[in-house]
Ligand binder design. Structure first.
Ligand code: THU
Length: 131
């Protein structure tokens, strides 16, 4: 999957962001082990803590469709800055990704920086750490 294509899909998903409280629109697109793409946007709630990030929307859509391996995820917003996944989303990506899963952090214009999951979540706590 071409990185720019994944970013474009994240940008498209951003259009559906439900953000009446923050007005901060985020879009994400995951590329799975079976070569499929799932997209997501952030979905906020009047009970603010119930907000769901775009990344988790995309990951949960993939997993609920039986796709449990993540090769890459692209994230974008309306910011001039690169948008990185929040801490909770990094943890959720780690559940279905691996150290080499690509995290493509884009700005509003599609300029991006690419990292591995290990870069942005070193020493992740995963199922291998459970007794
Ligand atoms: N948000 C995301 O969707 N992804 C992130 O990685 C950072 C934050 C959303 C949550 C909330 O709807 C809004 O951005 C402001 O925090």
């Amino acid at each position: 999957m071409e990185k720019n294509t994944l970013i474009e899909k994240a940008m498209e998903a951003k259009k559906n962001a439900y953000v009446p409280y923050s007005n901060f629109r985020v879009g994400a697109a995951v590329y799975t082990g079976n070569g499929k793409v799932y997209t997501g946007c952030n979905v906020e709630n009047a009970s603010y803590g119930a907000a769901i990030c775009a990344e988790r929307t995309a990951v949960v859509k993939a997993v609920s469709d039986g796709e449990t391996a993540l090769k890459a995820i692209a994230i974008t917003s309306d910011s001039e800055d690169y948008t990185f996944p929040c801490g909770i989303c990094r943890q959720v990506i780690a559940e279905f990704g691996n150290d080499e899963t690509r995290v493509i952090c884009s700005n509003k214009d599609g300029k991006y920086r690419e990292y591995t999951l290990k870069d942005i979540l070193p020493h992740a706590f995963t199922k291998k750490d459970l007794l």
